[in-house]
Design a binder for this molecule. Structure first.
Ligand SMILES: CC(C)(COP(=O)(O)OP(=O)(O)OC[C@H]1O[C@@H](n2cnc3c(N)ncnc32)[C@H](O)[C@@H]1OP(=O)(O)O)[C@@H](O)C(=O)NCCC(=O)NCCS
Length: 193
């Protein structure tokens, strides 16, 4: 019983698995080879640059937000994908792990326009769903602008449901959907259920 209690306490205080503290691995997506690793402060310029391209007309997250997120290493996981030859940034994903409510929240998913439509977004989302389930979180949530059809299609492909609409979330007349999916005990397997 104590073992289980200690495991539960550890999970609450360290929701991101140890092996993801620092990692670097090769991945193949749609026939292309990439390198995936945990984001560091050195990635911020590139993350802002692809945000600028991907959200045409919108400002990227300010540097201080990225720094704040990346400093919260215990409960935030930001992952970047780079091209091995050029080291250019292909895309990144960031998530908040919230053990108190057993939820993982997708905070940012951006693919460089050059690489969009080649299953990079699909890869990132499958990766996050796997991590969420493997680590016994019951819910995966996100916000998306109601006009962002491409992103909504991607989330619907993975069975996310629209929970509610938030008016003016991204600015005047720019609404957001809260989307989420909930995993059953069976999908989560043994662990902290
Ligand atoms: C949304 C985004 C992350 C998707 O990444 P991506 O790598 O382009 O997505 P994928 O290639 O994996 O495609 C996923 C799904 O998106 C949809 N999609 C992809 N390209 C599309 C296009 N040109 N037109 C419409 N839908 C498209 C499809 O439903 C596709 O699934 P399918 O090919 O199996 O039908 C990416 O477009 C992006 O970074 N957009 C700008 C930033 C953004 O909006 N982020 C999400 C914030 S909530």
């Amino acid at each position: 019983m104590w073992k289980r209690f200690n495991e539960l306490v550890y999970w609450h205080t360290h929701p991101i698995p140890k092996e993801l503290k620092e990692f670097r691995q090769s991945v193949q997506i749609n026939g292309f080879e990439f390198v995936m690793m945990r984001a560091t402060m050195a990635d911020i310029d590139d993350m802002q640059a692809i945000e600028r391209e991907a959200y045409a007309g919108d400002d990227p997250w300010p540097r201080r937000i990225f720094e704040h997120e990346l400093n919260r290493t215990r409960e935030r996981l930001y992952v970047v994908l780079r091209q091995p030859e050029t080291n250019s940034l292909v895309g990144f994903m960031g998530a908040a792990f919230r053990p108190g409510i057993r939820e993982v929240h997708l905070a940012n998913l951006t693919v460089s326009p050059h690489w969009q439509g080649r299953e990079i977004g699909t890869f990132f989302l499958s990766y996050l769903i796997t991590l969420t389930k493997q680590n016994h979180f019951q819910r995966l949530s996100l916000e998306v602008e109601t006009t962002n059809e491409r992103a909504i299609k991607l989330y619907e492909k993975f069975d996310f449901q629209i929970i509610r609409e938030r008016r003016n979330y991204y600015g005047p007349q720019r609404n957001a959907y809260d989307m989420a999916q909930v995993f059953s005990k069976k999908q989560l397997g043994r662990g902290m259920n």
